[in-house]
Design a protein around this ligand. Structure first.
Ligand SMILES: [Zn+2]
Length: 303
């Protein structure tokens, strides 16, 4: 059996998968964000419960909202402060008495999608999460490509390219990002950024879903905002796709449900690519919020 854990800032979800990758079991518990020993105990208890139920010793994969230093085994995560700069992998292995595979949650998302039956035909898959933030993961030949520092695929931390500055105006405030830099695209093109841009141009605080609702009611500001956002996203993806050149782009997160994205991106992106380049297939994530758990479970299949 394969046990996948998706550790988020509010909950930890566990999924158990059989050899045919069918999900047989799901559990969700609150994340003990500020108590490291309690956090380790949650993993121990869930694992014991599944081991007993399925009468096996499951193989464990964990997706975390952060980065892993592969040299030291330390993890860096702001959403679960108690695990920050802790040797989380070796501690989990001690507690659970077995090897533990661990990766960034956006990488797990991308892996889950790349392993979809229909998508397995593509040798390279870029997963993009348009949630509160803007996350990304890159899968090459069925394996996560995470690079020297585990930052490969961190497409939200590209600083604003010139194409976007032309649309936004060169005087756009360069917002401080959680990563420490200024002007990362995540602060403008994520769900949070979508709302920030609306406020920046129209001085009104609305949620992303309210803005989209207004768009469908033919509200002028919302229409102008969405038009600008789609141009920004196309220019941004033009840059990203030129560099990574994946066969498939899969989009997840809350904003991925805005269907206009798919038709408009396919139309607008070519203006930002090399003349000979084709837009890759662009698809909405097949597994929604379940992708993190699925991908975490599959980490044991690929090493
Ligand atoms: Zn950043």
């Amino acid at each position: 059996m394969y046990y996948g854990f998706d550790m988020g800032g509010t909950k930890i979800e566990m999924g158990v998968f059989d050899d045919a990758l069918n999900r047989l079991w799901t559990k969700r518990v609150a994340t003990p964000k500020r108590d490291y020993l309690a956090l380790l105990r949650v993993f121990t208890e869930l694992t014991k419960e599944a081991d007993n139920y399925f009468n096996c010793i499951g193989q464990i994969g964990v997706g975390i909202p952060g980065l892993i230093d592969r040299d030291t085994g330390l993890v860096f995560t702001t959403n679960v402060p108690c695990a920050k700069e802790k040797p989380f992998v070796s501690d989990l292995q001690d507690y659970l008495q077995r090897p533990v595979m661990i990766d960034n949650d956006a990488n797990c998302f991308a892996l889950s999608e790349a392993w979809d039956i229909e998508f397995q035909q593509y040798p390279s898959v870029l997963g993009m999460i348009l949630g509160t933030g803007l996350g990304g993961g890159f899968v090459l030949n069925g394996k996560v490509f995470s690079g020297r520092n585990s930052t490969a695929g961190e497409i939200g931390h590209l600083r604003l390219p010139v194409d976007l500055l032309k649309i936004l105006g060169f005087d756009i405030p360069l917002l401080k990002c959680g990563c420490g830099q200024h002007g990362c695209v995540e602060n403008y093109l994520s769900g949070r950024g979508f709302e920030w841009l609306y406020h920046h141009y129209y001085h009104e605080t609305l949620s992303a879903s309210q803005i989209i609702e207004n768009y469908y009611k033919n509200n002028n500001n919302a229409a102008e905002h969405i038009d600008r956002f789609l141009r920004l996203m196309s220019a941004y993806l033009g840059n990203i796709l030129t560099i990574i050149d994946p066969h498939l782009l899969v989009i997840g997160g809350g904003l991925s449900n805005f269907d206009l994205l798919y038709s408009e991106l396919a139309k607008q992106i070519p203006a930002y690519l090399f003349d000979i380049a084709k837009v890759p297939r662009i698809e909405k994530a097949r597994y929604g919020d379940a992708g993190g758990v699925r991908g975490a479970a599959f980490l044991n299949l690929i090493h």
